[in-house]
Design a protein around this ligand. Sequence first.
Ligand code: NAG
Length: 423
Amino acid sequence: MAWFYFVIILSTFIRGLEAISDIKPGILYNHAELFIKTNAPVFHIEFDQYKSDGSLLIGTNNHLQTVNIRRIEDVASLLVTGFAQVNTTHAFIVDNQKHCIRVINRENNQLRDFAGTCGTSGYAEGRLGEGRFHKPWGIIADVRDPDRLLVADKSNHAIRSVNLISGEVGTVRNNGFYFPKSMQWEGAILMVTNYNYISMIAWWTNGEVTNTHMTGTGRKGDTFGRFNVAQFGTLTDAERVRENQYIVADFENRKLKILDMINGVVSPVCFRGRTIECTFPHQPISMLNLGNTLYVGTQKCIHRLTEFREARRLLFIGKYDVECHDLNSGSSRKLGMGNTLGRRRAELQTVCGFDCMMSLTLQPSYKCIDDQLTVYWPTDKIFPPEAKELPKPLADKLQWGIYQSETLKNVGITFELSEIFVL
Ligand SMILES: *[C@@H]1O[C@H](CO)[C@@H](O)[C@H](O)[C@H]1NC(C)=O
């Protein structure tokens, strides 16, 4: 299933009976763990193809470094906002401060100027010493042309090209971008992370190159939802995490956000610690996804996130006709309801007997929509994610127990396995 969704039941206790949160995270990760302290902002992360032992190659404000969980090793000293490893030995590096592209041979760590004019900014095409960039940021191999690299020429608001043999600089397109930083391939379409929006470059058979605005209204904000209304603070990177799903790093809002390319929706990436948080503890700058692990580079560290697996939990459900506005916080109606739901929970425990335990950590929650109140009483009976329904003997027993209870029968209590998180 490309898009799994579920309801998070906020574990707010019955004394403050709370409505179910409507956030539907696109992905839930376990709490971020520290991978390594870099003490420098991490602008770009890739799997280190030269070492090929699980180390990461990173670009910071003063070095190209190879890191693993234990140590950091300098490869070259320069400000590296981006690099592209074209094979196991050679990486093309963006020297953002000097406005040029250099190439490093990892076998002898020899670094040489390759494209643009190191030390001079501007906007020009041509060979080494003629071509000009202005604060270039990201670089990526062109999947459509093996002899070409593409460069996000940030302060020229353009995507440039560099010939892999001659170092000749060209221009792919120079309008519709605003401080472009990183680039990712979505098939043969190039996704560009601009200052606060994402655009897509497409190459057409008639030779035309278009740049289409995809999401982010172009105004700063922090809004989830459909691509045409979603807003971002400042974007620094994007990374593919699943088929048709990308995570973008919203530096200013301290959030990771997921772009669902099929449904055209931006939703939060959340993290499970003591509670579920959808704000990242630090300002995210760069990302690398390897399998189900996401590495996130920040101002001083690299964090590692592993995906959290959802499980299914047995829930009891009751539906009541009410007037939703009567349930405003602090109302006597709401307080009274808290007590009633507490009593129902005790009755449901009787129905469960020894076969299920009403949850002590996850409290009853409700949602009220169109004057129908739905209440959920979670149990601590957990089933694996692939479980579709309750085992028949347990289902029969619960059905019988509900039928035996005058109050529960009248309310029409039901039960189901629900895809919620085990908090
Ligand atoms: C790796 O790429 C560099 C730069 O393009 C090239 O000079 C070198 O010959 C390549 N090495 C291999 C083994 O292909």
